[in-house]
Design a protein around this ligand. Structure first.
Ligand code: MG
Length: 269
């Protein structure tokens, strides 16, 4: 894994040579700094301006792919012409695509009942936030006292195991978040594969930027499809990404460089 800027000459050449660019980015911890509570996360103004500049280029497709619900991520970024993928790609909406994973849709009632049970079982833990995102749910524990996280995990597992071994749901882990998802064999990698196929261009050059475990499936997939991936958060052996940067502000710097070497049109103001 190399620092993005250490490999920049080579990357810039690849970008200049690409007929069509598919830029895929996570939101929290990637475009936007991680906030204490998910509802407090916001897109920095400069990042928004750069994304808008990239989105209006006919040879660039911009996708924001997040664990948040589709309606949430759409409203939070709020830039027209971008493709939005919510719930880790279980629901996607954009100029060339409108998609909801049909099996996941069938699991909504199960997710809802697990949400009710978890809300009750965890209500007494201060700082806990159980979020119903429709197709999936999240238990955020960033504000929970460290000493209570063990208890929280035990209660969480109790509810999950109590739902029975029918294999309809699965649990994933992210940064200070536990997630319950439908067990439908879908992840950010599968969603990225679909997005590459549906972007309306033959063999687009894909790049994926992300900061968390759930982004790793996306990293692997773009590599398989001839592109590259960028991990946000510094040098690590835990990520399979090609390159790393330190923080969301460095992601903004990358977007700026991308726009300056491949931008051909100015945004309409
Ligand atoms: Mg993230």
């Amino acid at each position: 894994m190399q620092h993005l800027w250490a490999a920049w000459q080579e990357i810039a050449e690849q970008i200049r040579g690409a007929k069509h660019i598919l830029l895929l980015s996570d939101f929290d911890g990637t475009l936007s700094p991680i906030a204490a509570r998910p509802e407090l996360a916001a897109l920095p103004a400069e990042t928004g301006r750069l994304l808008q500049g990239l989105a209006c280029q006919p040879h660039i497709t911009v996708v924001v792919i997040s664990g948040r619900a589709l309606s949430d991520i759409k409203a939070r970024v709020g830039i027209p012409g971008i493709t939005y993928a919510g719930n880790h790609g279980l629901e996607i909406e954009g100029p060339h695509v409108s998609f909801v994973n049909p099996l996941a849709e069938q699991t909504v009632p199960v997710i809802h009942s697990v949400y009710r049970e978890l809300s009750q079982a965890l209500a007494h833990i201060e700082g806990i936030l159980v979020e119903n995102k429709g197709l999936t749910l999240s238990v955020h524990y960033r504000l929970v006292e460290k000493g209570r996280v063990g208890e929280l995990r035990q209660l969480f597992e109790g509810v999950i195991n109590g739902t029975g071994p029918d294999g309809r749901i699965t649990v994933t882990h992210g940064k200070k978040v536990l997630e319950v998802r439908p067990a439908v064999g879908w992840d950010k990698g599968k969603a990225v594969d679909l997005l590459i196929n549906l972007c309306g261009h033959d063999e687009p050059f894909p790049m994926f930027i992300g900061d968390d475990l759930t982004d790793e499936d996306g990293f692997t997939l773009v590599k398989q499809r001839g592109g590259f991936s960028v991990f946000v958060g510094g040098l690590t052996t835990k990520s399979t990404a090609n390159y790393f940067v330190g923080s969301p502000s460095e992601v903004a710097e990358f977007l700026g460089q991308l726009l300056s070497i491949s931008g051909r049109q100015h945004p309409v103001r």
